[in-house]
Design a binder for this molecule. Structure first.
Ligand code: SF4
Length: 615
């Protein structure tokens, strides 16, 4: 049987539960289980930071095996940043350890009376006092817990930013994060500092010989994949040179231009020079993590497992800085404080623009002058956000709420979708990518449906990045593809971004591991992915999110992008793409799944919750 662990932090009750076969077969696992339990168990209208919210820590059914890139962990909850469903994926070893402990899901409920952490070992579960590590950074907390529980322990934890209820704090394991959506903030609201697992390696699959064979096939596909060596050697910072500066899609100065003078200083070749070691998640030969050390200057000696591409952008594009050493330091500090780098960088870029416009002055910034290209105030603002000091206290709310508090027309400079800050791809330069942000269930998120067809991926068809229509089906394709792969919580880099693994191969692994024949069919996995996507949408509809929320910042529609390959572009026909998307999905003009669509997907039971929102 496939199992979950339910932990009530209010009462201290902990129990193992079997995941019923009907759910296991209808939702496969990973994001499928998360969507099902989140929809069924988090009632509409609750405050995400109240004890009524639940936090789900999950893995896919192949975690902890030799299958490549399939051991990541996934956090799902109602987001305090957006008020929507959110899911965020983290790396490292924790996912394998959770599997070896015997669970595919931990459901965390209620709120502890004081700071605690959860300890899991040999079928015993303990809620322990976390007084000694509350207030500590993620590095300090993990060091303490490693001393307490030994080298075999693996853990996830939060940092001080989450404890201060910064709305975009993440959950960290080692130096890897489930960063987006404020999952760490929800964990802090439950007074839960960490989850620690001690477990021994054990690979239990239904058909070991067949499983080994299919994994060998997967390894071959990786090695033969276009760009495998380059991605393994340089990691995601490849994105700085291409597509960012080749395609003109690197958002600069709070999404105004696509040109950053001196960007060559941030080339992947520069990062390669300070890379000391390649590291990766459990059972992943791609090793996209890069341990980097700053050799000289004001940040000399600082090391980080990064920065990854998004973080390089977050601490260069929004503020117009090109200081490579500052990006390593910013990555390191965000990790220690427990902050999502994308939202943090955006919030700081928002402040820089408000300062330029005179909406913020030195009176608001504790005397700091926020000049584009100056990285020192950017670094100071990271600390202020993490500890909610001064202007940082306002920015810690996320740019949408910060604009509400600052007023003076500042909302037009808040670059977010549904309250979540936008990632490192300019929507006017890559329009299907931009409409992925607008239409996503979790707010702006590149990992939710990145449109690689706009930069050369021919599957299912190439797409002209600048075209203003004929994109809705591609946005749906990308959303459903990611959802299908995340049924086994497969990392999106090899699955969706790089195309090293196909759904049918993942299906063969699932059958060899679980012995459930229908999982072999890519069509079945695709169908379940679509179902999961619709169920997440229904969660949001039940919360009142409809077509009016499927939108981008006004700047994307009215201000031509300056510079780069897509100079002068705006998104001219968002409603056309949205209609195309809704039609492809079988949703009505208000973005609500029709009764027929729900029936086709086997979701008839949710119709009663959303029927009143239909047009
Ligand atoms: S590609 Fe990177 S993030 Fe994905 S599983 Fe491998 S090491 Fe982890």
């Amino acid at each position: 049987m496939r199992r979950l662990l339910r932990v009530n932090l209010s009462s201290g009750a902990i129990k193992e539960e079997e995941i019923p076969n009907e759910i296991a077969e209808a939702f496969v696992g990973g994001r499928g289980f998360a969507a099902k339990y989140v929809y069924d168990e988090i009632p509409p209208g609750i405050d995400p930071l109240s004890k009524e919210n639940k936090l789900l820590l999950g893995i896919g059914p192949l975690a902890g095996t030799s299958a490549q890139s399939l051991s990541k962990w996934l956090v799902t909850t109602k987001s305090p940043l957006t008020g929507t469903y959110t899911r965020s994926s983290g790396g490292g070893d924790f996912g394998a350890w959770l599997k070896w402990a015997g669970f595919e899901l931990i459901i965390l409920e209620g709120k502890a009376a004081k700071p605690v952490y959860l300890h899991i070992k040999d079928g015993k579960y303990e809620i322990r006092d976390a007084g000694a590590i509350w207030g500590k950074t993620t590095g300090q907390a993990q060091e303490y817990l490693r001393k307490e529980h030994g080298a075999k322990a693996r853990m996830v934890c939060i940092g001080p930013a989450a404890e201060k209820l910064v709305r975009f704090a993440g959950i960290f394991s080692g130096r890897r994060a489930a960063g987006r959506g404020g999952t760490g903030t929800v964990m802090a609201s439950k007074n839960l500092k960490a989850v620690v697992i001690e477990a021994d390696r054990r690979e239990t699959v239904a058909n070991p010989e067949e499983f080994k064979k299919v994994v060998r096939e997967q390894v071959k596909c990786y090695k033969e994949g276009l760009g495998f060596d380059v991605f393994r050697d340089y990691g995601t910072v490849m994105g700085v040179d291409y597509p960012a500066f080749v395609c003109g899609s690197y958002p600069v100065r709070n999404f105004r231009t696509a040109e950053l003078e001196g960007w060559e200083k941030l080339s992947f070749l520069q990062y390669a020079q300070i890379t000391q070691k390649h590291v990766g998640c459990y059972a992943c030969m791609l090793n996209c993590g890069k341990i980097r050390k700053v050799p000289s200057g004001p940040y000399a000696g600082v090391t980080s497992e990064g920065p990854q591409y998004e973080t390089v952008w977050a601490f260069t594009g929004p503020t117009g800085c090109t200081n490579l050493e500052a990006t390593v330091y910013a990555d390191h500090r965000c990790c220690e404080l427990g902050l999502d780098t994308i939202s943090t960088g955006n919030a700081i870029g928002f402040a820089y623009e408000l300062f330029e416009k005179g909406i913020l002055t030195v009176k608001d910034t504790d005397g700091m002058v926020l000049n584009y290209g100056d990285h020192e105030p950017m670094i100071k603002l990271i600390e202020k956000i993490g500890y909610r000091e001064g202007l940082g206290d306002i920015l810690a709310e996320g740019v949408k709420r910060a604009a509400d508090r600052i007023g003076k027309g500042s909302e037009q400079y808040a670059m977010h979708v549904k309250g979540q800050e936008m990632p490192a791809y300019e929507p006017r330069a890559l329009k299907a990518g931009g409409m992925n942000y607008a239409l996503s269930n979790v707010g702006a998120n590149h990992c939710y449906g990145y449109a690689s067809q706009e930069i050369g991926n021919p599957k299912p068809r190439l797409v002209d990045a600048a075209a203003d229509e004929d994109k809705g089906d591609i946005v749906k394709y990308n959303h459903d593809t990611v959802a299908a792969f995340e049924l086994a919580n497969c990392c999106i880099f090899p699955a969706h971004h790089l195309d090293f693994i196909e759904l049918d191969l993942m299906g063969k692994m699932l059958v060899a591991a679980l012995g459930v024949p229908q999982f072999e069919s890519a069509d079945y996995l695709w169908h379940v992915g679509e179902k999961v996507y619709n169920l997440e949408r229904c969660f949001n509809i039940r919360e009142g999110f409809t077509r009016k929320d499927d939108t981008l910042p006004k700047r994307m529609y009215t201000e031509p992008l300056q510079g780069g390959l897509r100079d002068g572009e705006v998104i001219r026909k968002p409603d056309t793409i949205i209609d195309e998307y809704y039609d492809a999905r079988g949703w009505d003009r208000n973005g609500i799944p029709t009764r027929e669509t729900l029936a086709r997907l086997g979701l008839e039971e949710v119709d009663k919750d959303i029927a009143s929102f239909r047009r």
